[in-house]
Design a protein around this ligand. Structure first.
Ligand SMILES: N=c1c2ncn([C@@H]3O[C@H](COP(=O)(O)OP(=O)(O)OP(=O)(O)O)[C@@H](O)[C@H]3O)c2ncn1[C@@H]1O[C@H](COP(=O)(O)O)[C@@H](O)[C@H]1O
Length: 111
């Protein structure tokens, strides 16, 4: 196996996930998870989100980092399973930069 890179960006992770989904074979957790369907990928993302939140209110900073890495990995898998690209998400973030979060909240239709 090649030497692990020092840092992996979200773009790197999305590319790894896309490659493993396409050609990972039986040794790939990514490929096996995507084969179990979007609902399973969504369940894993939800679990990791809760674990990250629980870690955040604890005292173990390494656990926050580790759970956050799991969360980002499972988000990359879910986006791959749903056919949504990081560019789609970045474009949405870009559309939001012209207003504050509170302005956006106030502009939502009233229920
Ligand atoms: N970043 C990750 C990553 N983070 C977490 N995980 C896996 O996510 C799984 C989650 O563990 P859980 O205990 O919650 O799940 P489980 O009970 O084992 O399994 P489920 O039945 O619930 O799916 C573990 O198997 C972790 O190893 C990851 N698996 C892969 N990657 C990246 O994806 C690359 C490709 O991986 P493969 O597709 O496995 O080759 C790796 O080189 C990494 O860069």
């Amino acid at each position: 196996m090649s030497e692990a890179p020092g840092r992996v960006s979200l773009e790197d992770l999305a590319a790894i996930v896309a490659a493993r989904a396409a050609t990972g074979g039986e040794s790939s957790y990514t490929r096996s998870l995507i084969a179990r369907g979007v609902a399973k990928c969504a369940q894993k993302l939800g679990e990791e989100a809760v674990e990250t939140a629980l870690a955040a209110v604890g005292t173990d900073t390494k656990a926050v980092i580790s759970e956050s890495a799991d969360l980002l990995y499972h988000l990359a898998v879910l986006l791959q399973a749903r056919g949504v690209s990081l560019d789609d998400v970045y474009a949405e973030l870009g559309r939001r930069t012209h207003q504050s979060g509170l302005e956006e909240k106030a502009s939502r239709p009233k229920a």
